[in-house]
Design a protein around this ligand. Structure first.
Ligand SMILES: *Cc1c(COP(=O)(O)O)cnc(C)c1O
Length: 422
């Protein structure tokens, strides 16, 4: 892999050459066979595979660095603390946040959203207030807000979308009013692939003084994220979708909001002093990191971020665009296929239905061919309802996927058709 210093959004002149075979060498799991066939892993929207460097980081940590952080004066504790805080710095650079104190480690996107709901939401959203989400949210950006609405007597409003899976911005504007207290929208849809015009969505909310949370779970692995340029107030993502470990992710929040928010959980590390009469809370970001955190996986996530920025987002975006184009053509050429999600701006996700064959059967036959796709509602049941279908099969790509793997998928779908006479 060509390592280079972290590229910035302004560095667009020369995309580094992209050698997918070389990149695949970094992902040991991709070499295996499944049911006697080479693994074709097309379930990256559910979770990405991990490069050797991430696996090595985890091993190195447990072999030689493991200790609890922030409290020890001994050698290992200092090393672990140093590595943990270094990873925070990597996340800050990855998102282009202005300050490491704005980066809070959480279990993932789901916990990040719940944190904001429990702290900002509980404090600032009340009876008859409105929260705006979109028609293509993941359940983790629907259910927490529903719970809050139920608790507070607030209302959930939903930005509709068209038949291509694009949000209707005019309708969005109509939803914004003096009752709107919060907007929470997905950047890239995991079930449709749509890349939303998130900057515009944020601007329009800000014109009315409304803060915006961006669900960046899918965006983080496909696009160069820049929270200062987007001007979002909160941004969440999961490490496991960005080539890092499971059980770890990050919440970015603007200092001005984080300072005003009450703690999320109480416990060790989030305090500066405790007596039975009164506890004072620790400074940012520790106020939101109660208890012993997931130290190893924070550090592993840092390595995943190093890896992806080393490959470079100009190269990734350009390559994935080619891959998506090739796959869209290959799949839509198959008679009986209907692609769900045909937005102008899309990331590497293709959801589809094949005639009357149930998505689960499509997935099962493909699995026999060594091809991993996801089938079902993809944690977006309202999207399925919008398109009047129970489920889709979904192929989702990462930069280590190849055109040959797309061909294998197309052949696999041919087999499904033979078997089901579709
Ligand atoms: C995966 C995903 C989530 C949830 O992420 P977790 O890692 O399960 O917490 C939320 N939103 C989108 C768009 C996702 O793809």
């Amino acid at each position: 892999m060509k390592t280079q210093s972290q590229s910035t959004a302004t560095e667009i002149e020369t995309a580094p050459s992209f050698d997918v075979q070389r990149i695949r060498e970094d992902f040991p799991i991709l070499k295996q066979k499944v049911h006697g066939k080479p693994l074709v892993y097309l379930d990256n929207a559910a979770t990405s595979q991990k490069p050797q460097a991430v696996i090595d980081t985890l091993t190195r940590y447990y072999l030689g660095q493991n200790a609890n952080i922030h409290r020890g004066v001994h050698y290992l504790s200092e090393i672990a603390t140093y590595e943990y805080e270094k990873a925070r710095g990597k996340v800050k650079l990855f998102l282009n946040a202005s300050d490491s104190r704005e980066i809070i480690f959480v279990r993932g996107t789901t916990e990040g959203i719940n944190l904001v709901k429990d702290t900002y939401g509980r404090k600032f959203i009340g009876k008859n207030d409105e929260i705006v989400i979109s028609a293509m949210e993941h359940h983790s950006n629907i259910v927490p807000w529903q719970i809050l609405c139920e608790e507070k007597g607030a209302k959930l409003r939903v930005i509709p979308m068209n038949d291509r899976g694009e949000l209707l911005l005019d309708e969005y504007e109509k939803l914004l009013n003096e009752h709107t207290k919060f907007v929470s929208v997905v950047y890239v849809s995991n079930s449709l692939g749509t890349i939303n015009p998130i900057k515009k969505i944020i601007q329009r909310a800000h014109e009315r003084g409304i803060p915006v949370l961006v669900d960046g779970a899918q965006a983080a692995s496909h696009l160069k994220v820049n929270v200062q340029d987007l001007d979002c107030d909160f941004f969440v993502f999961s490490g496991h979708k960005v080539f890092g470990p499971t059980g770890i992710g990050a919440l970015y929040g603007k200092t001005k909001y984080l300072e005003q928010m009450p703690p999320y959980q109480g416990g060790g590390d989030m305090i500066s002093s405790v007596t039975f009469e009164k506890t004072t809370y620790n400074v940012l970001p520790y106020k939101f990191e109660a208890g012993t955190p997931n130290i190893a996986d924070v550090i592993g996530m840092g390595t995943g971020i190093d890896y992806v920025t080393g490959v470079g987002f100009e190269a990734i975006t350009a390559y994935e665009k080619e891959l998506l184009k090739y796959a869209t053509e290959a799949i839509s050429n198959i008679e009986g296929v209907r692609i769900i999600g045909t937005a102008e701006e899309k990331a590497g996700v293709i959801s589809f239905v094949l005639g009357t064959v149930h998505a689960h059967d499509v997935g099962t036959i493909l699995d026999q061919e060594g091809i991993a796709v996801r089938t079902g509602h993809h944690c977006t049941q309202p999207v399925m309802q919008r398109f009047g279908i129970p489920a889709t099969a979904r192929a989702s790509f990462a930069f280590y996927n190849t055109m040959e793997e797309v061909d294998a998928l197309a052949r696999g779908l041919g087999k499904v058709k033979e078997i089901f006479g579709a």
